[in-house]
Design a binder for this molecule. Structure first.
Ligand code: ADP
Ligand code: MG
Length: 477
């Protein structure tokens, strides 16, 4: 065993190096000396007590996860701290302290599969062929800057940054981001896309929700155009597929994703996938796909702690140019602890109430708003769900719904979808517009107004909308 210690540690460092900023790596990791590995306890030597505390405070998760990969669940980490470095006469004095990482996190079933893959370069690159212009489908406000870092998301965020710096060239391929509703999967996935676009403008980036991918795939297979569909995706350098849990049971779409994945991965292209479950818990997804997901890095997003929630609120307020007393910020952060989307929802409700009642935001108002703040129902309604229901209802395809057309039925279906998205989700007008091929917020306002008017004047129209409302309510149970 003893002989493995250098190897194990250098494997760990490889991973750490990709995640931690270079300067931090040099400061905190290079001085560490691996000492021994006995009974699955890895002992590392650090230069001082302060050093030990710093590592435990800032890198405990990262160390625990990387070591778990190398040593398995039973692995332990111990620090040997230099108390006195000694001289010719005296031996150095050291003391050994067990690391906290495993104790704290070992119950946590986070898997951390990291396989170092050397991407095989595609030997068939034809020089001179111009890349197609593909709209990356990114929302520019989802950046790393606006993604507050905390213990809850540190590994995922750092891995995201590493991937954005060197798409396809780190061991994090694919990067799988998983976490519950409203914890930032979409934000982080998009931030990677935006950063790649900024630092590598020539790379072809594409963000796609799984629902949209599957819908497109179904449209193409109806038209016998599956090959075109797959070829299109193979042109992409950085592919971000959001919410892959929706692929469950969509066998044929999984086949397409598998083909695309293999092609991109083999050509050294970057894949980023998000899911609401850890890859191992994704039911209804083919094993061969799951095993591909395990090739890279899975990093999870946890619920942010109180301090991080405060920071997120403050950041959001600053962005929206809004002010409120610190006690209100604390009150919100303390009471809303499920997810970040709810936190933002509460902030928006509060803002709305204050301007509606022409009243300054204070603790009283916050309490009132929170009392009425409807917790998200058991299932969250998304714009995508509404789009899907409307498409089924009017028997139009998803692509048609988004198309620029003056056809009355399509225009009305689209306006109804926007109206319902406004009514049933907490999304901003801008986000709603983004879901309709990047239409701007005035279009959404206009659509909502038109729907209201038509509901007042046309019976059939009103009945249709009411029926759709029922369907959405049912879908949320
Ligand atoms: P998910 O896709 O996991 O359901 P989203 O990415 O849509 O979650 O995030 C929900 C909301 O919370 C978004 O408005 C997003 O900008 C915000 N958010 C999530 N994580 C963070 C974070 N770490 N810092 C700031 N805002 C965040
Ligand atoms: Mg999302």
């Amino acid at each position: 065993m003893e002989k493995n210690v250098e190897l194990i540690w250098s494997n760990c460092l490889k991973i750490v190096k990709d995640i931690v900023e270079w300067q931090h790596y040099k400061t905190w990791f290079e001085p560490i000396k691996p000492i021994s590995l006995k009974n699955n306890i890895l002992v590392i030597q650090v230069p001082s007590q302060f050093f030990f505390e710093y590592l435990e405070e800032h890198y405990v998760n990262l160390l625990a996860k990387t070591l778990k990969r190398e040593l398995g669940k039973t692995g332990r980490l111990e620090y040997r701290i230099m108390v006195d470095s000694g001289n010719k006469k005296a031996q150095p004095v050291t003391m050994d302290i067990p690391g906290q990482g495993y104790k704290v996190h070992s119950n946590n079933e986070m898997d951390f599969p990291l396989v170092i893959n050397n991407p095989i370069k595609n030997p068939f690159v034809i020089p001179g062929i111009k890349k197609m212009q593909i709209d990356p489908q990114l929302n520019p406000s989802y950046t790393f800057d606006s993604f507050i870092e905390g213990d809850c998301n540190r590994v995922a965020r750092r891995a995201g940054i590493a991937v954005a710096e060197k798409p396809g060239a780190t061991s994090f391929n694919p990067l799988v981001i998983y976490g519950g509703v409203g914890l930032g999967k979409t934000h982080l996935g998009q931030a990677i896309g935006n950063e790649v676009k900024r630092s590598h403008p020539n790379r072809v980036v594409l963000y796609i929700s799984s629902e949209k991918f599957i819908n497109q795939f179904i449209d193409h297979s109806r038209n016998n155009a599956i090959n075109d569909f797959i070829h299109f995706y193979q042109l992409v350098d950085v592919l971000i597929v959001d919410d892959v849990q929706f692929f469950a049971k969509a066998e044929k779409s999984q086949d397409a994703l598998f083909a695309i994945f293999n092609h991109l991965h083999q050509s050294g292209k970057q894949l980023i996938l998000t899911t609401d479950k850890a890859p191992k818990d994704l039911e209804g997804v083919q094993e061969r796909l799951l095993s591909r997901f395990r090739w890279g890095l899975s990093a999870d997003l946890q619920v942010p702690d109180y301090e991080t929630r405060i920071e997120i609120l403050e950041n959001k307020m600053k962005k929206d140019g809004m002010e409120m007393p610190m006690e209100v910020v604390k009150y919100l952060a303390y009471n809303i602890n499920n997810n970040i989307r709810e936190l933002e929802g509460a902030l928006i409700s509060l803002l709305a109430q204050s301007s509606l009642n022409r009243r300054e935001i204070d603790l009283d108002l916050a309490k009132k708003v929170l009392r009425n703040f409807v917790r998200t129902s058991s299932k969250e309604i998304t714009i995508e769900t509404i789009q899907k229901l409307v498409c089924e209802f009017f028997d139009v395809t998803y692509d048609k719904l988004l198309q620029k057309t003056r056809k009355r039925e399509i225009v009305q279906a689209r306006q109804i979808t926007m109206y319902l998205s406004k009514a049933f989700t907490k999304n901003s007008l801008k986000t709603i517009g983004d879901h309709f091929g990047g239409r701007d917020h005035t279009t959404v306002i206009h659509s909502c107004q038109t729907v209201k008017n038509l509901m007042d004047t046309e019976n059939i129209f009103r009945e249709n909308v009411l029926e759709l409302q029922q369907k959405i309510q049912l879908a949320s149970l």
